[in-house]
Each structure stands twice: as C-alpha cells, then as structure tokens.
Design a protein around this ligand. Structure first.
Ligand SMILES: Nc1ncnc2c1ncn2[C@@H]1O[C@H](COP(=O)(O)OP(=O)(O)O)[C@@H](O)[C@H]1O
Ligand SMILES: [Mg+2]
Length: 269
C-alpha cells in the first residue's frame, strides 16, 4: 500500500485493479413497475481486487440492493457484464457468501440449521460443519439460541444468524447489504470488529453496502460513492488508515477527517 501523509485519497473512479476478483462493467438495470419502467442503475462500473474490502455508500433508493442482487446472480442486468474470477456471473455461486438487508431465514429450521443451510444447499456434510457453525453463532453472540426457531428471536438477532450463515461455507467473496443496519449501536460495533478480524485473518474479498459513513471508513480499503437513482459511481476514495482499526480510532482526527470529507461528497452525490 502506498505511503501517504493523508489517510484519505480521492482516486479516479473505475481505476482498474490488477487482478479483479469482481468486475462490474457498464451495468444498467430497469425494473418494470406498475407505473412504468424504473431505471435503478445506469452504466455502473466497479472492481474489487483479490482480498480487497470495498464499500458502496449511497442514499436510500439509489440502487444499492439492486447492485447486490445482480452481483449475487439472482438477477441479470439489462445491459453490461459482471464477472467473478474472470467468469461471467449467470446465477448464484458457491464461492460467494451473501448477507441480505433482511435476514430471510427459513422459519421451520432451527438457528443452527439455518446457519448450515448453505452447506446443505451445496450437498456438503452438515455434520462436519456443525462445530464451525456453532463457533460462528458464538461469534455473533447467539450460541445459546442454536436450537431456537427464528420467530423466537428479535429482528437484530435474526440478522446476526444471517451473518453467521453468510460465513458458514467460508466463501472467498462476501457480499453484504447493510448487514448491521438493524443492530443496536453496541452490537454493530462488535460486529464491525469481528468482520474486520475475519477479513484480516482469512483472505476474503468483500463488497459491503452501507449508508453509514463511519461504518464504511472503519471497514474499507476503498469506498465508492453512489449517486441517487439511477445509481452510478460518482466518487471513489481510498482509506489508508492503519489496520487493525480500533473503536478508539473512530474518535481520532484522521478517522474524523475521512468521515468529514466523505460527508461532503455524499451530500453532493
Ligand atoms: N422489484 C422492483 N420493482 C420495481 N422497482 C423496484 C424494485 N426493486 C427496487 N425498485 C426501485 O429501484 C430503486 C432502487 O432500489 P434499491 O436497489 O432497493 O435501492 P437501495 O437499496 O439503494 O435503497 C428504487 O427506486 C426502488 O423503488
Ligand atoms: Mg437496499
């Protein structure tokens, strides 16, 4: 990483990563809504390098969840191309872990079996993964709820189960759509630290969607700022704060300088 006196650097949008893990090129998407077509994304391009943590920051309704659904292969773009490891994304993939904005748990399965769902979906050995799944439940503070059902949990707890599920098969690429938005402030801080720890200890690439500036600054190598709908990337900044980042660093000047500059960009987006 380049040594720079400022922890925050504006870079040219779309500057190519050497070997992108994810590449989104000129992607557009229009929904056919009852009152006519809605263009959610317009000619959006981005890359995520191998092992890079990239956040997409944008206002409500700008198309962030649409972007995540396209990258996850649940929807196909109206125009443009999305590729992972150089291969076009045409459907869901086992090397990707997804955490949606809503928990989307299976109500008839226990918490533990929800975490194991990706393993079963891939015809893996759920028994061999049980210890890992229980460790993930400990990580999200829900070890005591392994045998409960989703409707016995609060919304924030269900979202933590969904985060554990996204990590269950140890995917190389993580896609997360505002995963901490429904959590209380203390739990959110704990989850930010844990996500950073997991990301630092295993070589994962992450595309993280958020509307929270502090969350984006804390976690990211790069932050892509999206315009309001139809969404496209209008700014790209590199966060060069040292890692591991601590909660204390969030009240220090370099962190606040980053957040302040981003807030100014965000308000113009
Ligand atoms: N299934 C759908 N049908 C029609 N319009 C949709 C649909 N899903 C999302 N939209 C519209 O597309 C735009 C982007 O939505 P979304 O990607 O959910 O934004 P964000 O996640 O940034 O809040 C919004 O204007 C929304 O109303
Ligand atoms: Mg959304």
């Amino acid at each position: 990483m380049a040594v720079s006196s400022s922890p925050f650097r504006v870079v040219t949008p779309g500057a190519a990563a050497a070997v992108p893990h994810l590449s989104v090129e000129g992607v557009s998407l229009s929904y056919q809504a009852s009152r006519g077509p809605v263009q959610a994304l317009d000619d959006l391009s981005l890359t995520v390098a191998q092992g890079e943590f990239v956040s997409v920051l944008g206002p409500s309704g700008c198309g962030k969840s649409t972007l995540l659904k396209l990258v996850s292969g649940l929807m196909r773009p109206t125009a443009g191309r999305i590729s992972l490891n150089g291969k076009e994304v045409t459907g869901t993939r086992s090397d990707v872990g997804i955490v949606f904005q809503k928990p989307t748990l299976l109500p008839w399965r226990t918490v533990l079996n929800n975490v194991l769902a990706p393993i079963r979906a891939m015809k893996g050995d759920a028994r061999a993964h049980t210890e890992n799944a229980l460790n993930l439940l400990t990580l999200v503070g829900l070890q005591e709820f392994a045998n409960n059902y989703p409707n016995e949990l609060s919304g924030g707890m269900q979202q933590r189960v969904a985060i554990a599920r996204g990590l269950a098969h140890d995917p190389g690429f993580l896609l997360m759509d505002e995963p901490f938005a429904a959590l209380d402030a203390l739990t959110r801080e704990h989850m930010m630290l844990e996500l950073q720890r997991i990301w630092l200890s295993r070589s994962k690439s992450v595309l993280f969607i958020t509307h929270s500036i502090p969350e984006a600054v804390f976690l990211s190598d790069r932050i892509l700022v999206m315009s309001s709908r139809p969404g496209r990337i209008v700014q790209e900044v590199r966060v060069e704060l040292p890692r591991p980042r601590t909660l204390e660093s969030m009240s220090e000047k370099p962190f606040n300088d980053c957040a302040k500059q981003l807030r100014q960009m965000f308000s113009k987006a």
